[in-house]
Design a protein around this ligand. Structure first.
Ligand code: G6P
Length: 370
């Protein structure tokens, strides 16, 4: 056994369990800042100017990092006055974009070496933009060097090809960025303070969600002989469902597709049968009632549901509805905490299937060629 694995069977599991510490390290010294933008490194005068002149955010990333960017779009657009666009780097780099003023370009990358993300950044630099900022886990990486500003995640080295702690620390960094952008308007001060205080609770909430490991492992057995699965979420939980589906396909080789639950009736309902497990992230948010009626559409057609729901949610376990209860928490933390049970689900399915969890076939940790 690799000495670095300690008590764990795989790096992926070790990294899942490292998340409370990785998140604590990413928050450390930042949540108590009066002006959260001070956690961004780069020229402070230029940063102040960028925060005055910004009109729009453009996020560019690949893979799991793209999913953290999609989640941030929900935060930025609901909590600030700034529009936010998100695009995969391999598309952005080859596409003409209309000229826009005041665009802060944010790249997100665990490695800081992904070829498409770097190429997209190079393209941005040949066009008009306000500034470039990277959210990255490797301080000496190419992206960090090539960007005007950096907001580092402090996840520590990630070995497992399927990204786990890099993703949740990216979400933390993106929430800090959102709060920094909110603080441009003094009317947001109180809300920003509440969100910062909520973030302090995050490591403990992640610890609690890790305690569901045994019941998630038991749930995962139902997936072993399946070939297809559907992941559902609504609002900012839709990108989390996308990330859950990506994890499952990466390491268990089960086809997994994510859908915003309101879109079910426009296609995927035709696929529903007892052979396609349907995973849904169902926290107590403003969209829960909508999601519940979407889930009923599935159940009444013979679908088998695997739900991650708030322990106080009014959803009962019954035939074809299996539920893992997650503690109640502030809405701003929900996408981050609900990621954990989805990671554990994929991990256990892959272990049951006997795949190479840390090095899934055909995939690389860092894609440095196009
Ligand atoms: C590869 C990895 C993924 C990662 C993606 C982007 O596909 O297998 O886990 O999300 O690259 O990598 P980056 O280092 O830019 O976040």
């Amino acid at each position: 056994m690799d000495a670095d694995l300690g008590e764990y069977r795989h790096f992926m599991l070790k990294e899942i369990y490292e998340q409370p510490a990785a998140i604590q390290n990413t928050l450390s010294g930042r949540v108590d800042l009066e002006n959260v933008r001070d956690c961004i490194s780069g020229n402070p005068q230029k940063l102040a100017q960028v925060f005055d002149e910004i009109k729009e955010v453009q996020i560019i990333a690949c893979g799991t990092s793209f999913h953290s960017g999609l989640t941030a779009k929900y935060w930025i657009e609901s909590l600030t006055d700034l529009p936010c666009q998100v695009e995969v780097a391999s598309e952005y780099r080859y596409r003409r974009q209309p000229k826009r003023d005041g665009v802060l370009v944010v790249t997100i990358s665990q490695s800081g070496e992904t070829a498409d993300t770097l190429a997209a950044l190079e393209k941005v630099k040949s066009e008009s933009y306000l500034a470039t900022l990277t959210i990255c886990n490797v301080p000496e990486s190419s992206l960090t060097r090539e960007s005007d500003f950096a907001l580092m995640t402090v996840a520590g080295p990630e070995i497992g090809v399927a990204s786990t702690k890099a993703f949740t620390t990216q979400l933390v960094a993106l929430q800090l960025l959102t709060i920094a952008l909110m603080q441009r308007d003094s009317a947001n001060a109180e809300k920003a303070t509440v969100m910062l205080n909520n973030l302090k609770r995050l490591p403990a909430l992640i610890e609690q969600s890790l305690q569901k490991d045994a019941s998630i492992k038991a749930m995962s057995e139902a997936f072993i002989d399946k070939h297809h699965s559907l992941f559902l979420g609504r609002g900012e939980l839709y990108p989390i469902a996308m990330e859950g589906a990506l994890k499952l396909k990466e390491i268990s080789y089960i086809h997994a597709e994510a859908y915003p639950a309101g879109e079910l009736k426009h296609g995927p309902l035709a696929l529903v049968d007892a052979d396609m497990p349907i995973v849904a992230v169902a926290p107590n948010t403003r969209l829960l009632e909508k999601l519940k009626s979407n889930l009923e559409e599935v159940r009444s057609r013979g679908g088998v549901l695997y739900l991650f729901a708030d322990e106080n949610a009014d959803i009962a376990e019954q035939e074809n509805i299996h539920i893992i209860r997650v503690p109640e928490m502030p809405e701003s933390l929900v996408p981050i905490v609900y990621t954990i049970p989805l990671q554990l689900l994929s991990y256990h399915v892959a272990v049951f299937k006997g795949t190479d969890v840390d090095k899934p076939r055909n995939l690389a940790k860092s894609v440095t060629v196009e």
